[in-house]
Every structure is written in C-alpha cells, then in structure tokens.
Design a protein. Sequence first.
Length: 295
Amino acid sequence: MTPARETFVATLFVVAIGVLYGLYWLPVRQIEDMGLPGAWGTAAITLAGTALLIPRILRRPEEVRQADPLALASVALGGAAFALYSIGFVYGDVAMIILLWFLTPVWSTLITRFGLGWPTPAIRLWAIFTGLAGLVVMLSAEGQIPLPRNIGEWMALIAGMIWAVATTGIRTRPEMPPIAAGFVFTAGAAVTSLALAPLLAPWPDMSALDNPGALIPIAIGTGGLWWGFAMAALMWAAARLDPARVGILLMAEVLIGSGTAAIWAGEVLGLAEIIGGALVLAAGVMEVSGKRPAV
C-alpha cells in the first residue's frame, strides 16, 4: 500500500470510528440504568474488551513484550483518556461531553508546534479557530460562561488533553501491531476505570442488578465492538496521521452523538447548538481539504 493510499484508508477509518462512537453513549447509559453506576459500567465494558483480546495476545505475546516502552505508555494513556470520556457520559449531557472532548485538536496543535517544533499549516490554524468558535457558541448557548459545569464535563475536558498527549506519543514512537495496541488500550482504560470507580460510586449491589442476564452480553458486545475492534483500528490509523488530524476527523462523533441524544435522550439542540455544531464540522472539512502550506 502506497503512503498516500495508507493515509486515505486511515482517514476513512477514523471518520467511521467517529460515527460509531457517536452511538457509544447508548450502551453506557443503558448499563448504568441496569445497575452499574458511575465508573463501574465503563469498568465492566473495558474488562470485557480486554478479556476478548487476551486469547489473541497469548498467541503472540512478543507483540506487546517487544513494543517500544514509550509507545506502550502512549497507547495505555490513550485508553485512560477514553475511560474518562466514557465515564463522563454518566455525569453530563451527551452533546456537552462530546464537544468538550473535541477541544483535543487545540491541545494537539499546541503540543506538536511548541513541544515538538512541527510546522502548522495555515488552514489548520483557521480550522482550530473555527472549531473553537463553534465550541464556545455551543457551551455558552444558555448565556453561561463556557466552562465545564459538572464532573462529567471536567472529565471530558481532561480526557481530551490526555488524548492529545497520547496520540502525539503514538505518532512519534514505533508503531505497535493493531491487536496488541487495542489490548494495551483497553487494559489502560480498564485500570483507570477500576481506580476511579470506588471514588465515584459505592460497589454496586449485585443482587439488585436489573436483568443481569441482559447486562452481561451488552457489556461484552460493547467491549468487543467499541473497545476491541474499533480501538485496534483507531490505533492503526492514529500511527499514520498526525494528532491534530485524528482529533478533527473524529468530529463526526459530534453530529451523530448530538443528534441521537436529541432523539433518544430528549437533549434537544437549540439554534446556538446547531450553529456551533456546524462550525465544528466546518473545521473538520477545512482541515482535510486542499493543499496546506506550512506557516
């Protein structure tokens, strides 16, 4: 596969994963409703995703054992970021959590430009400005100061910062095989979720769980699809794209998440949210279109 085609395929993967993650809040909220509060639901999902990948890792343990240590740390850190993001859906509105996460391109651009000295294309600077403008419009839609207002929103903001650091490390260190990367990613998320779960909610009363027979397959399915398959694909793609592009391409999640939350959770978008969302999506189009001269 030529480098240009590899970049194109990686770009398609990231967009598809963004669409898929726009629906991720549904099983997270469903598992909480069934009796696993706070971070316990995310812990169940990520443990299931990790367990599903263990047989593959046991067949080729050298893929993890021989990986670059900083690459391992970066992938695990990415899992920690996504765990915080996942937990945030329990404590905040879907659209707000997603939008705060998507400050990620700002942190990525700052890291790569000022931390690594990479040149920044002029159009990307405009894309970042447009995306930030959209985020501010949406966060201040009801006249409030555009700052996080609850623990879920703070988690999403911090998660975006951590994800920017993680994707920078993934991009700059030797690539890990996709399945191995997916395993380390989900394991990092599981450890983070288990560490936070007792701090956010007491150990759930297992005897009071609503329909545990249905909860288990939902957790396994969510872990397998969103944390196993999707994360392995994202790790492969993130190693071939720069961090700011990864963050912006994932913005497909904004449209899907906001739309489905409006339909199924009654989180209705007002005019300001629609305008802000359009600006965010426009930023993604600007970033991936045309030739980008460096500045």
